[in-house]
Design a binder for this molecule. Structure first.
Ligand code: SF4
Length: 355
């Protein structure tokens, strides 16, 4: 995997870029004015590992709700502002940790300067960027449509508007819902700026297709060393966005979060519903922070051998389950007691790790 170092931007107490871990972000899906529901959602996401949360700010009441949300939030808050510079100023007053806005949308240079000055005074970074769905007409004309070059030029124009105001605490994104377009755009962008990059496939879709599109797009980029923070955008619960983000990081072996459960695909030799049992194990041990791999294998004949690299594994027949460690059988039990026995094993591991 290629390493690429960007400059470091601080969002509250979380650093993005440089040699920091790839940060996982999500966005709340509650109305921001419903402060209680928004805080509840943020706390749930933080528990899942979300490190930075973006909150939509469609109006003044939403902007005024940010202070209370910020006070209760265990993770930094990003205010997502579209056109109204006054909302950005209120958000800053309310103590948000980062702004997402495009100065190009603010139009009046005085208002852009004001935002840059206020953000700088507070040490608040700004994410700017382009989105395939909202490129300026002149750029669309110049490139004959949405192209990687068009996305990058538009994003760089936004960057320049801030740089002209002596503001460089910037994160950049160039998003599209097409995976090849997004990948090409980020490759080009990363060759032109060394600001940290926020990477994602926008409007990726519902859970399964969205997770796959995001994984392919974000996966290619991260593997090439491009991207400092990721957001998986799904038409699904934000919890899923965070889960998918960690699966992507885990698949690339960039960041692990707790146990990894792997399972064989099953074949005619399988003696039990492998997927169902794997799901049960995932749910039961989801809060374990041990970096271990548990393999769920459908048969005793091939299972332990095929998964001998896994830290722990189970394989079984209808009545009997074997538990194995690095391919060697360490215990025999039945289906009723398998979770209990696995728990005992994991607790032993925990003890060794904490002593
Ligand atoms: S572990 Fe057994 S059941 Fe699973 S795919 Fe391999 S041979 Fe088939």
């Amino acid at each position: 995997m290629r390493e690429r170092y960007t400059r470091v931007v601080k969002v509250g107490n979380v650093e993005i870029g440089g040699s920091n871990p790839i940060r996982v972000q999500s966005m709340t899906k509650t109305p921001t004015i419903d402060i209680k529901a928004t805080i509840r959602q943020i706390k749930g996401l933080a528990k899942k590992g979300c490190e930075i949360i973006r909150v939509g700010v469609p109006d003044k009441d939403s902007a005024l709700a940010l202070g209370k949300i910020k006070k209760e939030s265990p993770i930094p808050i990003v205010a997502d502002i579209h056109f109204d510079y006054r909302l950005a100023l209120i958000a800053l007053e309310q103590g948000v940790d980062k702004l997402r806005l495009n100065p190009g949308n603010i139009k009046n240079p005085k208002h852009i300067s004001l935002i840059a000055r206020e953000a700088k005074a507070r040490g608040v970074p700004i994410r700017v960027g382009s989105n395939a769905g909202s490129l300026p007409q002149e750029i669309l004309k110049k490139y004959g449509g949405v192209t990687p070059e068009a996305l990058v030029e538009s994003a760089i124009n936004e960057v320049k508007l801030l740089e002209d105001n002596d503001f460089t605490d910037i994160v950049v994104s160039v998003k599209a819902s097409s995976v090849p377009l997004t990948v090409e755009a980020y490759r080009l962008l990363s060759s032109k700026v060394n600001y940290p990059l926020h990477v994602g496939i926008t409007e990726a879709g519902t859970l399964l297709p969205g997770a796959i599109r995001s994984s392919v797009g974000i996966g290619i980029l991260l593997y090439e060393g491009i991207g400092d923070t990721i957001r998986v955008s799904l038409a699904s619960s934000p919890d899923k966005e965070v889960e998918v983000a960690y699966e992507i990081l885990d698949s690339l072996e960039i960041r692990r979060k707790g146990l990894r459960v792997i399972a064989c695909p099953m074949c005619a030799r399988a003696h039990f519903p492998v997927g169902e049992i794997a799901k049960k194990i995932e749910n039961k041990f989801k809060d374990y922070s041990l970096n271990l791999t548990i393999a769920v294998m459908g048969c005793e004949v091939n299972g332990p051998g095929e998964a001998k690299w896994a830290d722990l594994g189970i394989a079984g027949s209808q009545n009997r389950v074997i538990i194995f460690k690095y391919g060697k059988i360490i215990k025999e039990t039945d289906w009723k007691h398998v979770l209990f026995e696995l728990e005992k094993e994991l607790n032993m591991w925990k003890e060794v790790n904490t002593n």
